[in-house]
Design a protein around this ligand. Structure first.
Ligand code: ADP
Length: 625
């Protein structure tokens, strides 16, 4: 029998498979089982209209057999089979199903394609040095055998096979220093792989299972017993009706599949039909995985095409701000061998992703409304991610997320939503007040907060680095702007009060100028204020950058040294104001010391460090003596 050559592309793929250094060689089994399952589907559909097929649904099966001595692994199905021509066309060329788009010459890239999607039948050559396919097609009398040892080509010749279907025999490669191919001849390995990749194939995958059993009547003599086992569970949990699934089943599936020891905070099970038809089973974890806030964390959902897993982490299904969601999507609209590049542009997948995003958002909103306690726990774990989401992409998604974020507020010192804040706004209040700091307690003690609270306004306490960035990009919520109480212009004063304050500042102009010069560039101005109640002094920032933002930016790995424009404000009603005015007349030296001390105090209150603590300590001591 003349040897035939593979088509050029196939040859290349074949070569790649044979010499593959790919670590997930095990996926070959998934590929062969999926092909078998497709062939069974085809046969089953045919049987619906073809009376000559006498098989009933329960007769369809995939059989796996291992022969360790011969080093063979066989996968047999009683599906539609392949004729001589089909063997030639299907296995001599790469199926044009788009399984491989050979645009790249890059080996590493090729490998990742294998990893993500598999490349069908040819993957058998990753683990075998020869492959034999015996097949009898439905409606044919003669069976054919296709054999290949790799790139040099293949032969097809008639053979004997009595039943319709396909039997693929892999001769497993010898072990090498790096690869223990013999693993694929172990029944436990095979069972594990079926469970991992093909558990939900709708036909039974059966294997003769070898166990050692005590010989009958004997107490210590064992014998080998072979019995048939079905390796897959066949019905995916998510395909069952919601009412048939218990909470325990949902939860234990989550723990097994997604490696969390805790139960999830929320289970979302949804079946959608329409433009995109899919089932999704999604989980919101209680706690972030240990690497969640690190570079190593990979987001993504498992992707199934009709019960067969085609991708372990499909990142395109989740926006970054919902990257904590775990779970899977199963859709009949997706083809099994779709490449990653194609997947990225797949219209169906985009539709599914948009739906999932909406669904997760709605479920979180429902949790916020109906189960506040759980939501607050959730927000503790993942809130930062949502706030980053508002800020990311120049705020493209800020409006979708604004209703999901919580901030601790001065009102009962509890987390509140922006909507709740707005509902409590006083008549005529057109801004949302906030302040930044390390902790709610510290912010609560800020001098600037006192008067605002006294006036009956609520303040949001921003304690997360990202908070102020998120609010700034949001710019407004329900027509209310945001005001950092440490920045200028709270607009709490009446016209009269404003004028009065202006006059006081004008009167002491030269003293304030001297004080500013004393602080040598640390502040852009020193002035009297009426924003303080009992505290003597505070720092406020002008311009877009607040002191908190300056702190955050300076701590970032490639952060800028952008500086907030800082003004030192002195309480006009505090006795210290009079004292300063006196000193300005009588004791320039002391005025300098007071200025420096007041500035240091203001920095400490803001949670900033003091440049020269020794100098500060000495100055205070001087004044004490
Ligand atoms: P794909 O599954 O993406 O089409 P494969 O290389 O895995 O690519 O298979 C090529 C073709 O060979 C399949 O499309 C199918 O027509 C045929 N084939 C493979 N395995 C079987 C099988 N067990 N029974 C019948 N046909 C098969």
């Amino acid at each position: 029998m003349a040897k035939k050559q593979f088509k050029a592309e196939s040859k290349k793929l074949m070569d790649m498979m044979i010499n593959s250094i790919y670590t997930h060689k095990e996926i070959f089994l998934r590929e062969l089982i999926s092909n078998a399952s497709d062939a069974l589907d085809k046969m089953y559909f045919k049987s619906l209209t073809d009376d000559s097929i006498t098989l009933s649904r329960s007769d369809y099966q995939i059989k796996i057999n291992v022969d360790r001595d011969m080093r063979t692994l066989t996968i047999e199905d009683n599906g539609i089979g392949m004729s001589e021509k089909e063997l030639e066309n299907n296995l001599g060329t790469i199926a044009k199903s788009g399984s491989l788009d050979f645009k790249t010459e890059n080996k590493a890239d090729d490998m990742s394609i294998i990893g993500q999607f598999g490349v069908g039948f040819y993957s058998a050559f990753m683990v075998s040095d020869s492959v034999t396919v015996r097949s009898l097609a439905h409606g044919e009398d003669q069976a054919y055998c296709w054999t290949s040892k790799g790139v040099d080509g293949y032969t097809i010749e008639p053979c004997i096979k009595d039943t319709v279907g396909t039997k693929i025999t892999l001769h497993i490669k010898d072990d090498t220093e790096d690869e223990h191919y013999s693993d694929f001849l172990e029944q436990y390995t095979i069972m594990g792989l079926v469970k991992k990749y093909s558990d939900f194939i709708r036909y039974p995958i059966r294997m003769m299972w070898e166990t050692n059993r005590l010989k009958e009547g004997s107490e210590n003599e064992y014998e080998k017993v072979l019995e048939e086992r079905t390796l897959n569970s066949m019905i995916p949990l998510w395909k069952k009706n919601k009412s048939e699934i218990t909470k325990e089943e949902f939860n234990s599936f989550y723990k097994d599949q997604f490696g969390d020891w805790q139960e999830p905070a929320k289970v979302i099970h949804t079946k959608v039909e329409g433009n995109a038809t899919y089932t999704a089973l999604l989980y919101v974890p209680k706690q972030p995985p240990f690497d969640y806030y690190s570079k190593n964390f990979e987001k993504g959902l498992q992707l199934y095409s009709s019960g067969v897993m085609i991708m372990e982490k499909c990142a395109d299904l989740l926006p970054d701000y919902f990257s904590f969601v775990k779970g899977l999507v199963d859709s009949e609209d997706l083809s099994l061998n779709i490449s990653r590049e194609m997947l990225q542009h797949d219209r169906q997948l985009k539709l599914i992703a948009t739906n999932i995003e909406r669904k997760v958002r709605n479920e979180l909103l429902a949790m916020l409304k109906n189960d506040r306690e759980t939501y607050e726990e959730f927000f503790k774990a993942f809130g930062t991610q949502l706030k980053f989401g508002m800020y990311e992409d120049f705020g493209a998604n800020k409006d979708k997320l604004a209703d999901l974020v919580l901030f601790t507020s001065s009102y009962e010192k509890k987390p509140v939503t922006l909507a709740e804040y707005v509902d409590r706004c006083k008549e005529g209040q057109n801004t949302i007040y906030y302040a930044c700091g390390e902790s709610a307690d510290k912010i609560d003690m800020l001098p600037q907060a006192e008067l605002i609270k006294d006036n009956g306004y609520e303040i949001l306490y921003l304690t997360d680095n990202v908070d102020e960035f998120a609010l700034q990009i949001l710019a407004s919520y329900k027509d209310k702007t945001f005001t950092n109480i440490s920045t200028e212009n709270l607009n709490l004063d009446t016209e009269e009060e404003k004028q009065q304050l202006e006059a006081i500042n004008e009167e002491s102009k030269s003293m304030l100028e001297t004080m500013k010069e004393t602080l040598a560039g640390a502040v852009t101005a020193v002035r009297f204020t009426n924003r303080l109640k009992s505290h003597p002094v505070c720092l406020v920032s002008e311009g877009v950058l607040s002191l908190e933002m300056e702190k955050v930016l300076s701590q970032m790995p490639n952060g800028t040294d952008a500086k907030a424009e800082v003004v030192m404000e002195i309480n006009k009603d505090h006795p210290i104001s009079e004292k300063l005015k006196q000193l300005a007349e009588t004791d320039a030296d002391k005025l300098e010391k007071y200025t420096k001390i007041l500035y240091a105090q203001a920095r400490l209150i803001e949670g900033l460090t003091v440049d020269n603590p020794t100098e500060l300590s000495n100055m205070i001591c001087d004044l004490m003596l």
